[in-house]
Design a protein around this ligand. Structure first.
Ligand SMILES: C[S@@+](CC[C@H](N)C(=O)[O-])C[C@H]1O[C@@H](n2cnc3c(N)ncnc32)[C@H](O)[C@@H]1O
Length: 202
């Protein structure tokens, strides 16, 4: 998938950003729920495949201590600019989500975002990612994951079922699942049934 995202950022094809900007309020409710349960200080949040840091910056504004990990350098440059313009501090690291422990990002993350990464990875990458995420997450951490329903889409994300997510994240329990609004996504993508999953670590 790396080449695809590199190409997307190079030509400015980033439909997930349009969706995030238009439908962000839906995610806000999920953040609020976690924040109310935890109380301040919220602690550390990790945005996996943070792209240009739309969500990382939002979390930082809300009071989380945020780290964003991203594999495409051009996206990271835009992420740094976004954080600077917003006047918030976000640790932004060029790294692969399947190798988090060697990326020097620390551990004890209370909130983890995976908005569109897991569902595009191979089986081996998913296993590696889940192991790394589990290692850097705090006990009781919450993982919010956006994934398309499974399907054949050529080079585009193949999606993930709830069963696949549960069996890969074996130390996490799915505690919530809901459909995401799809109005801002391009035509065919609307039929891919994006869902947001809430997983709690043991
Ligand atoms: C669908 S985009 C979503 C970006 C961002 N999460 C958002 O919602 O705006 C997926 C992102 O994951 C990044 N990505 C894909 N595979 C990755 C990997 N193995 N390690 C780190 N980032 C990755 C891509 O470069 C891309 O920025």
């Amino acid at each position: 998938m790396r080449w695809l995202y590199t190409l997307g950022y190079a030509i400015g094809w980033k439909p997930w950003e349009t969706a995030a900007e238009r439908d962000g309020a839906r995610l806000t409710a999920l953040y609020e729920r976690e924040e109310q349960e935890r109380g301040r200080p919220y602690g550390a949040a990790l945005d996996l495949g943070c792209g240009t840091a739309i969500h990382a910056v939002e979390l930082a504004k809300r009071g989380w201590k945020v780290t964003g990990v991203e594999i495409v350098p051009k996206a990271l440059r835009a992420a740094r600019e976004r954080a600077r313009a917003a006047g918030v501090e976000v640790q932004l690291v060029e790294a692969d989500v399947t190798k988090l422990r060697t990326a020097g990002i620390g551990s004890d993350y209370r909130l983890v975002l995976d908005f569109g990464v897991f569902h595009g990875l191979t089986e081996a990458q998913r296993q590696a990612m889940a192991g790394e995420v589990t290692s850097v997450a705090a006990p009781g951490a919450l993982l919010l994951m956006i994934a398309f329903a499974p399907g054949r889409r050529g080079p585009l994300p193949r999606g993930a079922s709830r069963g696949e997510i549960e069996s890969t994240y074996s130390r996490w329990k799915v505690v919530g699942e809901e459909a995401l609004p799809v109005s801002a996504l391009p035509g065919p993508v609307r039929n891919w049934e994006p869902r947001v999953y809430r997983l709690r670590r043991d």
